[in-house]
Design a binder for this molecule. Structure first.
Ligand SMILES: NC(=O)c1ccc[n+]([C@@H]2O[C@H](COP(=O)([O-])OP(=O)(O)OC[C@H]3O[C@@H](n4cnc5c(N)ncnc54)[C@H](O)[C@@H]3O)[C@@H](O)[C@H]2O)c1
Length: 352
């Protein structure tokens, strides 16, 4: 596969979304989130999802002209109705509200109901870190993850991201699902005809299985990250996003196999914390330099070059992608081809 320049990928995504009646600004916002995610090498949650998004946009299960709006708010909080718009559009809008409120109030929580799949949580957490704040982004998802002892799915793979920037020692962006692995990785294994590690899935009897096809048939479920700990974190996320937003919870969220005309009703929550109100201006960057620098000095095990910060792998991949383009795995390239055919847009150069 030849490397795809990010600008060409972005132009393709915008063109595809505009052909699905999404406005230019919303198409640009969505393209920025998806292309950034691909540039990090997180291919399970970047433009690979565009095929699902376009199907739902065309069938109006996602509202191409949806406008998220603030339903209620105070100095340090807001609740948003996503109007069934693209998840990226609503999530960016919501995190901007949280950052603006935290700038004056010190801390702000924004909940979102009636939204759609928002992709990689790390993008939104990073939006706050880029403004010198700490950011947290969470979302619920259709149940696909078991709880310790369950024989079926209990909660979604509810993602969690936290981001913070230091002055000189780099930044941290922890961006994870609360399942032992994101479901997208099981789908990739199924498409490649591979088995998965036995701690990733349990079957409908609650027993470990290595067959990723059972997951696609809804006959196996992800295990929670670190057993009861991941289950507990996923439940916290369901409470902060689904319960607190007044939106859909658990099976109230649409599944990818549902008709594309059916709204999906995801819920999210975004927290921004302004360190300046706690410590004064321009202090936290140095404190994090001290913390991250000390972590990097911890001796490493044999064969390990250095202790990494969360987000470091993705940032290194992004630097390469910005310089030389993104090298996509074949499954994502196939999706790009299928989308171009489906919406009838000219095949971009990078697919020729
Ligand atoms: N929207 C949704 O419904 C949804 C649901 C689930 C997951 N997701 C997304 O899926 C993506 C992948 O999730 P995942 O659980 O497979 O992630 P993962 O297990 O690949 O973990 C990724 C995180 O761990 C960090 N990391 C990896 N190795 C490290 C090391 N040695 N030292 C320090 N940090 C390290 C990375 O920098 C990154 O922050 C995320 O972007 C997540 O937001 C989205």
């Amino acid at each position: 596969m030849k490397p795809v320049p990010i600008a060409e990928l972005r132009a393709f995504v915008i063109q595809v979304l505009e052909r699905c009646e999404v406005s230019r600004p919303d198409a640009e916002t969505t393209a920025d989130v998806l292309c950034t995610t691909d540039s990090w090498g997180v291919f399970t949650h970047g433009t690979k999802f565009l095929g699902d998004y376009t199907r739902r946009l065309r069938a109006k299960g996602v509202n191409p002209r949806g406008v998220p709006r603030i339903e209620n708010s105070g100095p340090a909080w807001a609740s948003i109705d996503g109007d069934c718009a693209l998840g990226m559009v609503t999530a960016v809008f919501a995190m901007k509200q949280a950052i603006a409120k935290a700038t004056t109030s010190g801390i702000a929580l924004v909940t979102v109901r009636n939204s759609y799949h928002f992709g990689a949580a790390g993008y939104y957490a990073w939006m706050a870190a880029a403004e010198g704040q700490f950011g947290i982004a969470v979302a619920n998802a259709i149940p696909s993850v078991s709880a310790p002892g369950s024989r079926g799915p209990v909660l979604g793979s509810n993602p969690f991201a936290f981001a913070a920037a230091s002055a000189h020692e780099g930044n941290m962006v922890l961006d994870i699902s609360t399942a032992s692995v994101a479901g997208g990785k099981v789908m990739v294994a199924a498409a490649e005809g591979k088995t998965v590690p036995s701690h990733w899935l349990v079957d409908s009897a609650g027993k470990p299985t290595t067959d990723p096809n059972l997951f696609l048939k809804l006959e196996a479920f992800l295990t929670p990250m670190a057993e009861h700990k991941g289950y507990g974190l996923a439940l916290m996320i369901e409470i902060l996003s689904g319960a607190l937003s007044g939106g859909a919870m658990r099976n109230g969220i649409g599944r990818f196999v549902d008709p594309p005309s059916k709204p999906s009703n995801y819920s999210h929550a975004f927290l921004a914390i302004n360190p300046a109100v706690f410590l004064g201006e321009n202090v936290i960057g140095g404190r994090l330099d001290e913390l991250f620098g000390a972590i990097r000095k911890v001796p490493t095990a044999s064969g390990v070059d250095h202790i990494m910060l969360p987000g470091e792998i993705e940032r290194a991949k992004q630097e390469k992608a910005l310089a030389a383009g993104i090298v996509f795995p074949p499954d994502v390239t196939e999706v790009h081809r299928a989308i171009a055919a489906e919406v009838g847009c000219p095949i971009p150069d990078f697919l020729k």
